[in-house]
Design a protein around this ligand. Sequence first.
Ligand code: ADE
Ligand code: ZN
Length: 326
Amino acid sequence: TDLTAFAYGLPKAELHLHLEGTLEPELKFALAARNGIELAEKTVEDVRATYDFTDLTSFLAVYYPAMQVLQTAEDFHDLAWAYLQRAAAQGVVHAEMFFDPQAHTSRGVPFANVITGYRRAAVRAQDELGISAELIMCFLRDFSAEYAMATLMEALPYKAWILGVGLDSDERDNPPAKFAAVFERAKAEGFFLTMHCDIDQVGSVDNIRTVLTGIGVDRIDHGTNIVEDPELVALAIEKGIGFTCCPVSNSFVTEQMKADEIVGLLRQGARVMLNSDDPAYFGAYVGDNYVALAEQAGLSEAELVQLAVNSFEASWLTPARRAAYI
Ligand code: ADE
Ligand code: ZN
């Protein structure tokens, strides 16, 4: 349709994308075969039948076990390269991609396999697709702060390949304050900072206050519960904090896209933009998220353009490179 063509054609940055969440069933089977792994599911339909999510926990219970097929640097390359080609087809010209090293090191896969494979795909995207791709290393918040710090230390030799650090996985009982020292060290090392403040978690707005006023992040992933505190919204707008919203993901892990919250923030001038989160699991890449929210909320073309502009303004591109896009 016209809306789809317009949404896909808008040049945009994707800022909230978990590489491990781009593992499509077809690639999962190919990697399993290459690595001699027997999977419980026999067909693509069997795999999709397990995508029956009611909340973040039930999603994560499918997401982590699937990663067993990822072992060699080539596997990580193939995963990221497949994503980058799909993203390019939906108008992505710049991607800042999350990866979860502890989801791999915790099962014995060397950190070097993960980072070298992903980096090779990022370089290839620039060379062959003309899109810039960067990596954001996320700590898994349901592991300890000590393991996060050890992961940060392990990453330092690869600092040139990692733009920033983030925090993901299960937020319940794992608030941002648990990782304050890790993020302080990451900031001192020169990394940009972001953290998931997931939708409708217990204490969500308190966690958002902590990351904005205490830890001092550059962006917040999701974070739309901020609408519960108008003063905090005003502060986020003043600081130019980016909110990496994921409407289709929201509709899987809560009952709705949170369109009112996202669009309300947009219309107040907050730096919100749309992203795909875990597109293989939620069935929607970034352009599809623009279409879904536009259909749900009746967005104008000018508002879709504003979302795309926000994606560059909230990106961690250098000012000169950002200016080339907006
Ligand atoms: N890891 C991958 N996707 C995630 C999400 N939507 N929330 C928290 N952690 C995640
Ligand atoms: Zn996410």
